[in-house]
Design a protein around this ligand. Structure first.
Ligand code: FE
Ligand code: FE
Length: 181
C-alpha cells in the first residue's frame, strides 16, 4: 500500500504501537519471573497492568477512526524483546540479570516513547485533539516507567550487580572508594 497522507502514516504507526504493546504483554510475565529484586518485580507488574490499559486506549482510537489495529507486526519491538529473552537464556547471576533486565526494559520504553511522541504530535496536527490526549497519557506513563527504572538501577540494582559474586572480598572496597573521591 502506498502511503499518501499523514493520516495514513498516523494509522500505520498506531498499528505498529498496538503490535508492540501486544508483544510486551507477552514478554513482561517472563521478565517478572526472571527478576529477583522485589522492587523490580513490582515495577514490571505495575507496567504490565499499565500496558493493558494502553492497549485499550489504542483500541479506542482505532474505533473512532473506524480502522482495525491489526495487520502490522512491529519488528522493532520483536527485536528488542528477543534481546531480553536471550539475556534470560544466558542465565546470568541474579543481580546481573536484574541489571540487564532493566536495560532491556529501558530499550523498550525508549522505543515506545519515540513512537508515542510521533503519533501524539501527528494527532494534534490532524486535529484529533482527543486522540492526542489519550496518547499523551500513555507517553507520560512510559516516561515515568523509564525514570523509575533509572532510579532502581542507580539506587541499588547496578550496585548489587557490580559487587556480584565477589561480595566477601569486595566488602571494604565501597567505603574506601568513597573516601578517595
Ligand atoms: Fe506501552
Ligand atoms: Fe511501556
Amino acid at each position: 500500500m502506498e502511503m499518501e497522507s499523514l493520516k495514513e502514516l498516523y494509522v500505520d504507526e498506531l498499528k505498529d504501537l498496538w503490535s508492540a504493546e501486544a508483544q510486551i504483554t507477552k514478554a513482561l510475565p517472563k521478565m517478572i519471573k526472571a527478576a529477583t529484586h522485589p522492587k523490580l518485580k513490582k515495577a514490571f507488574n505495575t507496567h504490565l497492568k499499565q500496558t493493558e490499559r494502553q492497549i485499550k486506549r489504542l483500541e479506542r482510537i482505532f474505533k473512532e477512526l473506524d480502522e482495525s489495529p491489526r495487520g502490522k507486526k512491529c519488528v522493532g519491538m520483536e527485536g528488542l524483546l528477543k534481546e531480553g529473552a536471550e539475556l534470560i537464556k544466558e542465565r546470568p547471576q541474579a543481580d546481573v540479570l536484574d541489571a540487564g533486565l532493566i536495560a532491556a526494559a529501558q530499550h523498550v520504553e525508549h522505543y515506545e516513547i519515540a513512537g508515542y511522541g510521533c503519533v501524539r504530535t501527528w494527532a494534534r496536527q490532524l486535529g484529533e485533539e482527543r486522540h492526542a490526549e489519550l496518547l499523551q497519557e500513555t507517553l507520560d506513563e512510559e516516561e515515568m516507567t523509564d525514570k523509575l527504572l533509572t532510579d532502581l538501577a542507580e539506587s541499588s540494582i547496578n550496585i548489587d550487580a557490580e559487587s556480584g559474586t565477589e561480595d566477601d572480598e569486595m566488602a571494604g572496597v565501597g567505603s574506601a572508594r568513597e573516601g578517595s573521591m
